[in-house]
Design a protein around this ligand. Structure first.
Ligand code: ATP
Length: 353
């Protein structure tokens, strides 16, 4: 079991409407064999619709999907032969772990010895060796999700589709299974499309992220690019630029924008007012560029850091993540480098809260 079985999956102008709503609006995307791609965005952006279109569970209302030059969007799900992992595991409760994992092989009429060998390998890969004879009801959520993953990969599908597979797990298991999914992908190299609304999950798992808003692509790129160079205000907000200050534009010189007392980096054409987007962790306590005085209102302990809610002299709320130890009522100076202040047009769409 290893290696991608495809060289390219192409979505050309894929659309899907539900009455008046265009859940997917002309999605263009090319996925290379072996890639792990995360579809990311807030609730309702069209991620599940995209995945269901890929799986064949939803017909397209426009566009096409091509797998290695072969048109597949007209094929029923079973003829696509993709592996699917859902949020709710969808295991057969009356079958053992082994039988669940081997079910697809049986349907595909794979010989008994070969099927056994492949189930063994999948069981080992997802580290369920001690539980292979148990039934789903005797397993924890994380173990059940491992069974679902093993069942999806045992057929070595051309494409693995995962729809929020970790969202029913508690925080600790989520982290554990995240590493697990990454490890399995590193081992097998199966082409994977993974849907999530959790930016941290997408950043840590995917080779490339696709950010969607209202059925349209906002940005496609490797995690580092999307994280550090968000294409627009929506992506910035979604990727953790939690602070937004709306201010009048004083001057613009190439990429450098001055907004009142704040200097930032222009990311798009601006009108008379603009929005400065800043990550909580890009502030430091003390004098420096863009120094401003703030009043500390709420302090949350977060181990090495504190999460602070503060207020500027102008009355704006600011979220900071700092290593300094502060207390409510403190008045402190904080600063942030101009290259960490991204400036967008005030009328650009924002990410939901
Ligand atoms: P979530 O994270 O909440 O699952 P999502 O990003 O996966 O959201 P979709 O489920 O793909 O979003 O939905 C995209 C849009 O299409 C939404 O506006 C949704 O209301 C609409 N939609 C999805 N499925 C249907 C349907 N069966 N009938 C009508 N509208 C639908």
């Amino acid at each position: 079991m290893s290696g991608s079985k495809i060289s390219e999956l192409r979505l050309d102008h894929v659309s899907r409407g539900f009455g008046e709503v265009l859940a997917l609006d002309g999605l263009d995307l090319t996925i290379e064999g072996g890639e792990f791609v995360a579809l990311l965005g807030p609730s309702g952006c069209g991620k599940s619709t995209a995945l269901n279109c890929l799986a064949g569970l939803l017909p397209l209302t426009g566009g096409s999907i091509t797998l290695d030059e072969r048109r597949i969007d007209t094929l029923p799900p079973e003829q696509r032969g993709f592996g699917m992992v859902f949020q709710n595991y969808a295991l057969f409760p009356h079958m053992s772990v082994r039988a669940n994992i081997g079910f697809g092989l049986k349907m595909a009429k794979v010989g008994k010895a070969e099927a056994q060998r492949r189930v063994d390998e999948a069981v080992r890969l997802v580290q369920l060796g001690d539980h292979a004879a148990k039934f789903p009801g005797q397993l924890s959520g994380g173990q059940q999700q491992r069974v679902a993953i093993a069942r999806a990969i045992v057929l070595e599908p051309a494409l693995v589709l995962m729809d929020e597979p970790l969202s029913n797990l508690d925080a600790k298991l989520r982290l554990e299974m995240r590493t697990e999914i990454r490890r399995i992908h590193q081992t097998l190299g199966l082409t994977t499309v993974y849907v999530t609304h959790d930016q941290e999950e997408a950043l840590s798992l995917a080779d490339r992220l696709v950010l969607l808003r209202e059925g349209k692509v906002q940005q496609v790129g490797p995690p580092e690019t999307v994280y550090t160079e968000p294409a627009n205000r929506f992506v910035a907000g979604f990727m953790g630029y939690r602070n937004e200050l709306e201010l009048p534009v004083s001057s613009v010189a190439d990429k450098t924008v001055v907004l009142g007392d704040l200097t930032g980096t222009r990311r798009e054409d601006l009108g008379e007012t603009a929005v400065a987007a800043i990550r909580p962790e890009d502030f430091t306590v003390g004098d420096g560029p863009n120094a401003m005085e703030v009043d500390v209102e709420v302090v949350e302990f977060q181990g090495r850091e504190q999460a602070i809610q503060a207020r500027t002299a102008g009355g704006d709320e600011l979220h900071l993540r700092v290593q300094a130890r502060l207390a409510p009522g403190d008045r402190v100076t904080v600063s942030v480098p101009p290259e960490r202040v991204l400036v967008f047009a005030a009328d650009s769409p924002a990410a939901p809260e």
